[in-house]
Each structure stands twice: as structure tokens, then as C-alpha cells.
Ligand binder design. Sequence first.
Ligand SMILES: Nc1ncnc2c1ncn2[C@@H]1O[C@H](COP(=O)(O)OP(=O)(O)OP(=O)(O)O)[C@@H](O)[C@H]1O
Ligand SMILES: [Mg+2]
Length: 125
Amino acid sequence: MKKIEAFIRHEAFEPIRLELLELGFPSLTISEVKGSGRQKGIVETYRGARVTNYLRPKVKLECVVADGDVQAVVDTILRHGRTGAVGDGKVFVLPVEQAYRVRTGESGEDVLQARDGAAFERAPG
Ligand SMILES: Nc1ncnc2c1ncn2[C@@H]1O[C@H](COP(=O)(O)OP(=O)(O)OP(=O)(O)O)[C@@H](O)[C@H]1O
Ligand SMILES: [Mg+2]
């Protein structure tokens, strides 16, 4: 099992989410974060004063998948995330030791996504 952790532009999230859903990866987490990459700060004007912003807003997308699914998910993120301009983001792949579904106590790869077709139309929570 691997966790894919991606820092992407806000605009990229919806097309990525839709394709992941189609491919059978409905389960993910996002957070709104701020970060910096290689570039120096961006100079903006605030109330007439020049202010340098070192942090840019990004969406952090976390998705845990079976090893054999990593490439499909990464490809989806790269394809929809790339504009070609600086700041498109970055994708990391991390090892995951174990996963448990709290409702049933099941564990392992089977609890990660809904690729067996067991996706719920609209699940509470
Ligand atoms: N090594 C890193 N560790 C943790 N977060 C990172 C790292 N690199 C990038 N990020 C996150 O990804 C965001 C986007 O990074 P960014 O795309 O600017 O990377 P970059 O290396 O500067 O590439 P580019 O030259 O295309 O801008 C950052 O704002 C930060 O939130
Ligand atoms: Mg950058």
C-alpha cells in the first residue's frame, strides 16, 4: 500500500477528482495548505505597500491505494495538474503499513478504495 500525497493548484482538483472517481478511486482527503517551492517570493501590493509573499495556497490531496494502482493515480494527477507554469505542484509516494475500515474492522488493501464496485451512491459521512 502507498499513500500518494500531491500538492496541486486548486483548479486542478475537480478534474482530478472526477477522473479518479471514474477509475474507481473515490476515497481521498484534501486540505487547503500553504507552501513554497523553488521560487522566491511573489511581490504584491497591499494598501500601497509592496509585500513579498513567500507562501502560495495549494490543495494537498492524499489518496491511499494498492501498490499496483499507484501509477494510474499519479498519471491522473500529472495529466490534469500540469499547466506548464511554475507552481504546478509536486507528487510524493509514501509507504503505508496497514489500513483498517473502522465500521467493520477489516484490514488490508481491500479497504482502500471501491474498485470491486461496492461504491455507495451517496454515503452519509
Ligand atoms: N520538497 C517539498 N516538500 C514539501 N512540500 C513541497 C516540496 N516541494 C513542493 N512542495 C509543495 O508543493 C507546492 C508547489 O511546489 P512547486 O510546484 O512550486 O515546486 P517547484 O519545485 O518550485 O517546481 P516549479 O519550478 O514547477 O514551481 C509548494 O507550494 C509546497 O506546498
Ligand atoms: Mg515553484
